[in-house]
Design a binder for this molecule. Structure first.
Ligand code: FA5
Length: 347
């Protein structure tokens, strides 16, 4: 076979193999075999030196034509393969609309919201309506009008977050308890009798521990009428404890001090976490304090517009997270707002 025949053979063979190439990696291999530095066409072209001088130009010209033709065929095949591969990718990635969907887990109410709603329905049974008061409060409502003037040592009971940049006459703060709502409802409703609960978030600049957060909910209660006594307060608290915790839970009342109630009491229930034996949540007493309460102080009644000679009232302030701690056996209040789904999903 002459060099010319060999060249034609290489050419035809390359065309046949190119037609059978199915993907881009095989195409690159084909290019290296045919037209690469050590490819068949390239090697054949280099053999020109073996020919007699007069045949060399014709051979060189034919070799160039073959190269050109193969380059053109290669470009056409490359484009076709690109299209085929694109089509294959699209088909493989296509969405199968007949497949069943993946279910999304529905969320649910936070434990605090659940507790608040339960508290609303318990107090609704006893005739209390919900009254909402602001979180950002005037110093006067949070303290002075509740019989806690500036420099009163009782202010130390509520370490305060102040709201900056306002004039000294009307200082604002984040309410440290829900009691300022008492003053708002009294001033709005006077001279009507009152029976309301006031839920809301409270803020205290204090150390966070297993039983104390610096943001937490309270549920205030206020009843004002002509014949209200301490017995009504204790009866209401007892009924609450039965409905919230169940009939077996024990409750006790201790005398206490709040500037806005006289007399003042604190209400405790037995700690279920330790069964009354003592643990870090109940500070090893077996009891957990759930509310401060008392008979509305005459000065506070007066500030609210009610004549203490004719009116009397009781008030209480329950924590919301703390009763839930003992009810559900949670041993750290920080779990409530730690956003750990493993905790939240349990309720
Ligand atoms: C008060 O805040 C009074 N305003 C309650 C009151 C209202 C007394 C009406 C008399 C009449 P005290 O600071 O004790 O009181 O808080 C009341 C309840 O809020 C506590 O029993 C507790 O359950 C909850 N509480 C207080 N501090 C925290 C805290 N840092 N984290 C979580 N709960 C708290």
């Amino acid at each position: 076979m002459t060099l010319f025949d060999e060249l034609e053979h290489i050419y035809q063979d390359a065309l046949t193999r190119l037609a059978a190439v199915a993907d881009s990696s095989a195409l690159e291999a084909w290019y290296a075999d045919a037209l690469g530095r050590k490819g068949a066409v390239t090697l054949q072209t280099r053999a020109v030196g073996q020919l007699p001088k007069e045949e060399r130009p014709a051979f060189g010209q034919r070799a160039n034509e073959v190269k050109q033709a193969l380059e053109t065929a290669y470009a056409a095949r490359a484009e076709a393969i690109k299209q085929e591969e694109l089509l294959r990718d699209l088909e493989a990635g296509a969405v199968d609309v007949t497949l069943p969907g993946r279910p999304l887990a529905p969320g649910h109410l936070h434990l605090t919201t659940q507790s608040l709603r339960q508290l609303y329905s318990i107090f609704a049974l006893m005739g209390f309506e919900v009254y909402e008061a602001p979180d950002v409060e005037l110093e006067a409502y949070n303290f002075d009008l509740l019989n806690i003037p500036e420099y009163h040592p009782a202010r130390d009971m509520w370490d305060t977050f102040w709201v900056k940049g306002l004039d000294a006459e009307a200082r604002l703060l984040l309410r440290t308890h829900t009691s300022p709502g008492q003053m708002r409802v009294m001033r709005e409703r006077c001279p009507e009798p009152i029976r309301v609960i006031l839920p809301g978030k409270c803020y205290r600049y204090e150390q966070i521990t297993a039983r104390a957060e610096h943001q937490f909910y309270q549920l205030e209660g206020l009843a004002v009428g002509h014949t209200i006594t301490l017995t009504d307060l204790i009866g209401t608290a007892t009924q609450f404890a039965r409905l919230f915790y169940g009939p077996d839970r024990q409750m006790r009342v201790r005398s206490s001090y709040f500037p806005f109630t006289e007399p003042s009491i604190e209400i405790d229930t037995t700690c279920t976490l330790c069964g009354g034996k003592g643990c870090r949540i109940c500070k090893y007493t077996g009891w957990i304090e759930i509310a401060g309460a008392g008979m509305v102080h005459p000065v506070v009644l007066q500030n609210g517009g009610y004549d203490p000679a004719e009116w009397s009232g009781f008030a209480f302030g329950f924590g919301v997270e703390r009763p839930s701690l003992t009810k559900y056996g949670v041993n750290d209040i920080r779990m409530f707002y730690g956003n750990d789904l493993r905790f939240l999903r349990q309720f």
